[in-house]
Design a protein around this ligand. Structure first.
Ligand code: UDP
Ligand code: MG
Length: 313
């Protein structure tokens, strides 16, 4: 049996060596082979130098996929899965918020229960700030209502997958990747275990509030076309109201003669309708823009070098 660890790294110079040491310590004495695949996602610090040092000094099988620029964690995970050769593949962060020894627990679960294809860790108690919590709850409520697949609140990318599931994910080669959706879209049986994220060993999270907001929109646009129907529904509703209003006007005019024209109500209607139309156009634009980019079939990532310390040059 062979295990692959997929580790996306972006500006993790202070963490990668600690991470590597923890892995070696945790996996010592286990009777399986393993490889660690580090993805250097265009780090601007010394991450790649340190990774190369680790690869040349390590007795373990280390691979480095060195991206030509920052492509984002989603692209990193895809690249890692693609380069992986293990029967089981785990996606894990480089910042030690997720301890490598948990991978062993996940492995036990998968090996003991052949009916499960993957184990995913979800954060039971999140120490997120108040607003982030509210928005994330809202996001899960909305997306679960309007999309056909299930999004599990708090589920992280920290997972162990079997080869079948990895291959299925690799089949999904879309440019705009939203892994939480992809993991559920491919189906299979996932077993969820709670875990408590530890504090980041060094550095700070790469997620800003705005970044998360854009990511949420990404998820909605990637996994449901329901927003496109908003315009249809609002259109039908407004047409109905307008029709009833017209009827009332006709009856009023016949019964009471020409009424005094209302400037405010006309302006109000024009502005309201203008706003709704722009909103609807915006939604169409979101989808159209993504369709445009997807049709270019651009690569998800570009690696300037791939290093494998087992294949000595
Ligand atoms: N990461 C990456 N590319 C990016 C941003 C992040 O590869 O553009 C990596 C990062 O190095 C870390 C993991 O993704 O290993 C999770 O990132 P982070 O710790 O910032 O996220 P959080 O734990 O706060 O969700
Ligand atoms: Mg982190």
């Amino acid at each position: 049996m062979k295990l692959s660890l997929v580790v996306p790294c972006y500006n993790e110079e202070e963490n990668v060596e600690l991470f590597y040491n923890e892995v070696v310590k945790s996996f010592k004495g286990e009777n399986f082979k393993y490889e660690i695949i580090f993805i250097n996602d265009g780090s601007k610090d010394e991450t790649v130098t340190i990774l190369k040092d680790i690869a040349s000094n390590s007795k373990e099988n280390i691979k480095i996929i060195n991206f030509s620029r920052n492509f984002g964690k989603e692209a990193g995970m895809y690249a890692g899965l693609k380069e992986s050769s293990g029967d089981y593949v785990s996606i894990i962060d480089a910042d030690l918020q997720q301890h490598p020894s948990l991978v062993l627990e996940m492995l036990n679960i998968l090996e003991g229960n052949p009916e499960h294809d993957s184990v995913a860790a979800f954060q039971e108690k999140r120490k997120d700030p108040f607003f982030k919590r509210i928005f994330s709850n809202l996001f899960y409520k909305i997306i679960n209502k309007i999309s056909d697949i299930e999004f599990v609140p708090g589920a992280s990318d920290f997972r162990l997958l079997n080869r079948n599931m990895v291959n299925a994910i690799l089949e999904m080669s879309e440019y705009y990747r939203f892994s939480k959706g992809i993991f559920s879209f491919v189906g299979f049986n996932t077993y969820y275990i709670p875990y408590e994220a530890e504090k980041r060993a060094h550095g700070s999270s790469k997620w800003s509030f705005w970044g998360l907001f854009k990511y949420a929109i990404e998820g909605i646009v990637a996994f449901t076309t329901a927003p496109l129907r908003i315009a249809t529904f609002i259109g039908i509703l407004i047409s109905l109201i307008a029709f009833i209003y017209l009827l009332i006007l006709v009856i009023q005019t016949i019964a009471l003669g020409i009424a005094v024209p209302g400037y405010a109500s006309t302006l109000g209607a024009v502005l309201l309708l203008g706003g709704i139309q722009l909103f609807a156009l915006g939604i169409i634009g979101e989808y159209l823009g993504r369709t445009y980019v997807e049709t270019k079939r651009r690569p998800i990532y570009i690696a300037k070098e791939v290093i494998d310390n087992n294949k000595k040059q």
